[in-house]
Design a protein around this ligand. Structure first.
Ligand code: AMP
Ligand code: GLY
Length: 424
């Protein structure tokens, strides 16, 4: 059995590691991978947007299953590209991946499916969006570019002026085709959770929920990032709330996708706001979350590869996922200047000895002359596991203390609130 993972970040490192432990003993490949992944997989330097080169690699190397990490290739149609050649791939079709690729599509789908979500209006002209803002009496509102805008397409605007600025920015052309349409929606209040389910289009296999931290600084201050940390499970999320998320958000969305001929297979990620009125959907993603995957997969006891193969065979009915009782906490180590810029080529020390209960995933590193160096904004993901959040957190931060590179920055409050809840 040969398996190819597409992508080269911390999420893909966690995926490669989880797949490599399968009793099916797969030979692991990754494109492009990273120096951490290269320790456990054969890596090949193909960028994630070169769908034809990825397909040719899978064909030439007789890959049995390809697993896609990032959204862009899925939104670009990598699944169809592989299916044309009879190759197996874990991930949704281009039609189903629109649930992440277009906010307008996703909001309209939710409306038709009766999924609880923020009220919204969609616009394809700046003047119409501005006129709407003038009629609106209640602020804040959330302004979203329709397409994928490198995590910069969403603004929670406290005032009309701020909202107008965000609308102008989206229509300025700065986001390309992603900014041709816009969604303006009600701001929801509550706690956010990332919900993952594996689905063959009909059956769902829920994974454990996780929480990520999007802001750069402690206390959720500063600009948004790709994610500065995560923890799982969520002790604050009642089982009834989780069940309501599956029944009111996930299932109707999958039914609606099937109804419009865009049946979803793969991993569906719902970003959910748990409000005073129950869970409401914020957004959908067509792939695993980053860095949430890094706190979910280390605790998976079931065989991830077998589950992915079963997804493709539409054979998830009656299956269960088993988890260790451990908690997991991920601290992201970012380079100097992130998120505005990132410092490259700084030498990283302290990676040789990984303490027990700790996983270190490479997110943006390169190896030169036998040493690791920074190669992007989010450099490493340090995950601690333990029987309590306190233990998992202590292990993660103790491991962080042992790692150094110039300008290294990280949050010191990841899972702090979860630990406090645990103490109650
Ligand atoms: P999205 O890309 O839609 O997930 O938005 C990114 C982030 O913006 C979310 O993770 C939330 O923190 C925030 N956000 C998005 N939509 C809303 C909303 N309707 N109300 C409040 N916050 C939101
Ligand atoms: N953690 C947010 C995301 O993966 O989109």
């Amino acid at each position: 059995m040969k398996v190819l993972v597409v992508g080269g970040g911390g999420r893909e490192h966690a995926l490669v590691e989880a797949l490599a432990t399968s009793p099916l003993q797969p030979e692991m490949h990754a494109a492009p991978g990273n120096p951490g992944i290269a320790r456990i997989a054969q890596t090949v330097d193909i960028p994630t947007d070169d769908l034809v080169a990825l397909r040719n690699y899978a064909k030439d190397n007789e890959i049995d299953l390809t697993v896609v990490g990032p959204e862009a290739p899925l939104i670009g149609g990598i699944a169809e590209c592989f299916w044309e050649e009879g190759l197996k791939i874990f991930g949704p079709s281009r039609a189903a991946a629109r649930i992440e690729g277009s906010k307008v599509f996703s909001k309209e789908l939710m409306r038709h499916a009766g999924v609880p979500s923020a009220d919204f209006e969609a616009f394809d002209r700046e003047e119409a969006a501005m006129a709407y803002l003038r009629t609106r009496t209640r602020y804040p509102v959330v302004v979203k570019a329709d397409g994928i805008a490198a995590g910069k397409g969403v603004t929670v605007a406290r005032t009309r002026e701020e909202a107008e600025g965000a609308v102008r920015e989206v229509f300025s052309g700065r986001f390309g085709a992603a900014g041709e349409r816009i969604v303006i929606e009600e701001a929801l209040e509550g706690r956010e959770a990332s919900i993952f389910v594996m689905t063959d289009g009909v059956n769902i296999l829920p994974f454990l929920p996780a929480q990520d931290y999007k802001r750069i600084y402690d206390g959720d201050e500063g600009p948004n990032t790709g994610g500065m940390g995560a923890y799982s499970p969520l002790m604050w999320m009642e089982p009834a709330t989780y069940a309501a998320t599956l029944e009111q958000i996930i299932r109707p969305t999958l039914r609606q996708l099937a109804l419009i001929g865009a049946s979803y297979t793969g991993l569906l990620y719902a970003g959910v706001m748990v409000t005073a009125d129950g869970p409401k959907a914020l957004e959908f993603n067509c792939r695993f979350g980053d860095p949430e995957t890094q706190v979910v997969l280390p605790r998976l006891e079931s065989d991830l590869l077998e589950l992915m193969l079963a997804t493709n065979e539409e054979d998830l009915a009656g299956r269960e996922v088993t988890w260790s009782a451990d908690k997991a906490v991920c601290v992201v180590l970012a380079s100097e200047g992130y998120p505005e810029t990132s410092s490259l080529g700084d030498e990283i020390t302290g990676l040789a000895d990984v303490p027990s209960g700790v996983y270190i995933y490479h997110a943006a590193t390169e190896e030169k002359d036998g040493a690791f160096h920074t190669a992007g904004g989010r450099v490493l993901n340090v995950v601690g596991t333990g029987s309590t959040v306190m233990e998992a957190r202590a292990r993660a931060y103790a491991a962080v203390e042992g790692i150094h590179f110039p300008g290294m920055q990280y949050r010191t409050d990841i899972a702090l609130e979860a630990m406090e809840l645990e103490e109650l």
